[in-house]
Design a protein around this ligand. Structure first.
Ligand code: C2O
Ligand code: CU
Length: 464
């Protein structure tokens, strides 16, 4: 994080970020950051909140004057937010108004096989199904997205994702920013043609426009106080390293599976596709009038050189009753491991066209079970990316796991909490521990770079 430029920035770098000129250019920082709408239940029956969503095509004006067709839940891009509470079940009735099968996966949740949104467990075009979410797990920043076999990558790319924020008493007791000062922000890349259409090509390297809550380079007016942001990398493949232009401190308080044991201060958070970071930024250190760009500092070279994400405009002072406690939570104790296994990730880009992704040497076959896990087991998985240049990440359905080791060393503070997705740069090995004591059945694990999972980098475990 050196030489990151002044606090005040004009939009001059954005021309670069739009690449070859194929994408329409919009003036940066002209449109406010949309606050994703929180969905209200259509009814509450016996303590169960029932929501209704329909998946449908919608036209949005992402660039002024240009119509962009997107796939949405309830017409929203990204989808509406569900705010749920541990111990209080939710039913989401999903109506598929698309002309293709769809499956809704609640990423990071502990769910029975029929409610998990497995690749083969799809809703036919025109069909409806109710997903039951018992919310028996502790608080976590979850998200839902499409998972239809072989189509998840394109469906998510075209818009089928949204936040599902699960809260509980442990979290609510803390004096963290809440209400209007607690905002989910989904960040993703996209490739638009000059007519404003979303271009989907597997493994596309021209996804050079970044969207925050569906809008390119928005601004957010903030008060000079603390805010909590639930950051999600909802890109198909892109890695993000998010930091403030002045290198100023960000306090990370949570990751995929809820709060970290302790907060820690950093100048940037790293997110691979599907990962979440819960952060607090204190704008009271900036005078009113400051404009502060949130940048993507990941990568180098043409592919990952996108500079800006959004701009915070400090427009007013405000009282701030919030605090960041030194201890946020205690994690569930790690049981003694009862089994170990290894997993290898590999992709043969170049040799096959289209390229194929492998887990343990095999391309995904939904009819095959790749590993059997004993119900109740607590397993250590040693996951290795054996590729020399291609990064991957790794997501397991059903569980929140702990990262025990990364390349033989204890993980950093960002990985000290509960996780459901971890990044594996080329050659990396991560040791993680997961306990399978909630549901039996078949679930997938896969690379969450969705172009890779759609190329076969997915496998099935059966808990028996
Ligand atoms: Cu977020 Cu199987 O995925
Ligand atoms: Cu991958």
């Amino acid at each position: 994080g050196a030489a990151l430029g002044p606090v005040l920035t004009a939009g001059d770098a954005v021309a670069d970020t739009l690449g070859s000129g194929a994408s329409p250019v919009s003036e940066p920082f002209c449109v406010p950051l949309p606050v994703p709408r929180v969905l209200s239940p259509v009814s509450t029956i016996g303590g169960v909140d029932v929501y209704r969503m329909s998946m449908r095509r919608t036209v949005r004006e992402i660039f002024p004057g240009l119509p962009t067709e997107v796939l949405t839940y309830n017409g929203h891009f990204p989808g509406p937010v569900i705010r749920a509470r541990s111990g209080r079940p939710v039913i989401v009735r999903q109506h598929n108004l698309l002309e293709r099968p769809a499956a809704v996966h609640l990423h990071g949740a502990s769910l029975s096989q029929r409610n998990d949104g497995n690749p083969m467990n799809t809703i036919a075009p025109g069909g409806t199904r109710s997903y039951v979410y018992p919310n028996r797990q502790p608080h976590a920043s979850l998200w839902y997205h499409d998972h239809a076999h072989h189509m998840e990558s394109e469906h998510v790319y075209r818009g089928l994702s949204g936040f599902y924020l699960l809260s509980d008493a442990t979290e609510c007791r803390l004096p963290l920013p809440s209400g209007d000062y607690d905002l989910p922000i989904a960040i993703r890349d996209a490739h638009f043609d000059d007519a404003g259409r979303l271009v989907y090509v597997m493994g596309d390297r021209s996804r050079t426009t970044l969207l925050a809550n569906g809008v390119p380079y928005p601004y957010l007016e903030v008060a000079a106080r603390r805010y909590r942001f639930r950051l999600l990398n909802s890109s198909n493949d892109r890695m993000l390293r998010l930091g403030l232009a002045d290198g100023g401190p960000i306090v990370q308080i949570g990751s995929d599976g809820g709060l970290l044991p302790c907060p820690y201060e950093t100048d940037s958070v790293f997110l691979s596709s599907g990962e979440r970071a819960d952060v607090v930024i204190d704008f009271s250190r900036y005078p009113v009038g400051t404009r502060l760009v949130l940048q993507n500092k990941a990568g180098s070279g043409a592919v990952d050189s996108l500079g800006q994400v959004l701009r915070f405009d400090v427009t007013r002072t405000a009282d701030d009753p919030t605090e960041i406690p030194a201890v946020l939570r205690s994690l569930p104790p790690l049981p003694k491991a009862t089994a170990e296994r290894t997993v290898t990730l590999y992709m043969d880009e170049g040799r096959a066209a289209p390229p194929r992704g492998y887990i343990d040497g095999k391309v995904y076959d939904p009819d095959r079970v790749d590993s059997y896990v004993r119900f109740g087991a607590s397993e250590i998985w040693t996951v290795t990316n054996v590729d020399k240049v291609i990064p991957h990440n790794f997501h397991i359905h059903l569980v929140q796991f702990r990262v025990l080791e990364r390349n033989g060393r204890s993980p950093g503070p960002a990985e000290s909490g509960l996780k459901d997705t971890v990044v594996l740069m080329p050659g990396d090995t991560v040791k993680l521990q997961a306990t399978f004591d909630t549901y039996r059945g078949r679930y997938v694990y896969h690379c969450h770079m969705l172009d890779h999972s759609a190329m076969g980098m997915m496998a099935t475990m059966k808990i028996v």
